[in-house]
Design a protein around this ligand. Structure first.
Ligand code: NDP
Length: 292
């Protein structure tokens, strides 16, 4: 028999999660602050609880997928969590994940924090490659891993409840830099000079080819040897960046998305790392290590 579960939050992601569990035959109880947003799921077989506390009481396994950590605190305030298995799929920071884990423990619940690496259409379709990072209670994860694997792939990344968020946010932060780069490129090309639709496939293949640089960068960070097998040295790249900024000026495009990165590389060059790879500039970013 499929185990019953509760889902708090039927927003875009919560609704997709509920549909996947219903389709797999799990009895699902849902709650949402705005009740109207549960109507479609009720018609598809979900039980709708009148309050979050009632929804939490309905199943031992409770999935939470709300806007942010503050809404999790607001929704669960007053719910009886003793003996519950709480899985928080709301995006938060690592510190929020750890604090929420302690908060759940104090209330007698086992806790798992999650970071969803998927957009709603990827939920419930394993072939999409979407998955969820989990961290916190290993016992909870082991007991419910098959159920958790219904809507998306699962990756357990450790007992530290902050690690799911750290993995999630690190990937999203890298994506943010990529989105900034794509936006700058579209600003540069016009649309007067180059048609965006002609340019998009070039962007896709170029960025795809360049992402492989993360692997040698990781090797350099782990070995501390930024001078090994250098393909494009820092001095050349800083000179190249000046060309990027002059082109932005020629095209009448604000350099604001590029300048923080180019300035960082210039600082690292000024510290005498011109013949190395750019990777070492990561040391300038790490404020904890710089202060130590
Ligand atoms: P939505 O905006 O669609 O839904 C937000 C949900 O949070 C709604 O159920 C909303 O209730 C509820 N909510 C907001 N504030 C409160 C509050 N103070 N008290 C109680 N409930 C509240 O968001 P998504 O479903 O897209 O996202 C949910 C989480 O999943 C977020 O943390 C997001 O970062 C994460 N996520 C989203 C992805 C996406 O592509 N959509 C991808 C990966 C992660 P109401 O209906 O009443 O407003």
């Amino acid at each position: 028999a499929r185990i019953p579960l509760t889902v708090l939050g039927t927003g875009a992601i919560g609704t997709a999660l509920v549909r996947a569990w219903l389709a797999a035959g799990h009895p699902v109880t849902v709650w949402n602050r705005t009740t109207a947003r549960t109507g479609a799921l009720a018609a598809e077989g979900a039980a709708v609880a009148a309050s979050a506390a009632e929804a939490v009481a309905a199943s031992r396994l409770v999935i939470v997928c709300l806007l942010d950590d503050a809404s999790v605190g607001a929704a669960l305030d007053g719910a009886g969590l003793t003996g519950r298995d709480l899985v928080n799929l709301t995006t938060g920071t690592p510190a929020e994940g750890r604090a929420r884990a302690g908060w759940a423990r104090e209330r007698g619940a086992r806790f798992l924090d999650g970071g969803i690496m998927a957009v709603p259409p990827m939920i419930g379709s394993p072939e999409s490659g979407g998955y969820v990072f989990y961290s916190g209670s290993a016992e909870l994860f082991e007991e419910h891993r098959d159920t958790l694997a219904v809507p998306a792939g699962t990756r357990y990344v450790g007992q530290d409840a902050g690690y799911a968020a750290l993995h999630d946010v690190a990937l999203l932060s890298a994506m943010s830099g990529m989105f900034a780069g794509i936006m700058h490129a579209f600003a540069l090309i016009g649309p007067e000079d180059i048609a965006p639709r002609d340019f998009a496939p070039l962007l896709v293949s170029w960025l795809g080819a360049m992402t492989g640089s993360a692997r040698p960068a990781a090797d350099r960070i782990e070995s501390g040897d930024y001078a090994k097998d250098v393909v494009s040295n820092l001095a050349m790249q800083v000179a190249g960046n000046a060309t990027l900024l002059r082109t932005a000026a020629e095209q009448g495009v604000s350099p604001e998305l590029l300048t923080p990165y180019t300035a960082l590389l210039e600082r690292w060059l000024a510290e005498g790392h011109g013949t190395e790879d750019t990777t070492g500039a990561v040391e300038l970013l790490n404020l904890r290590r710089t202060a130590a």
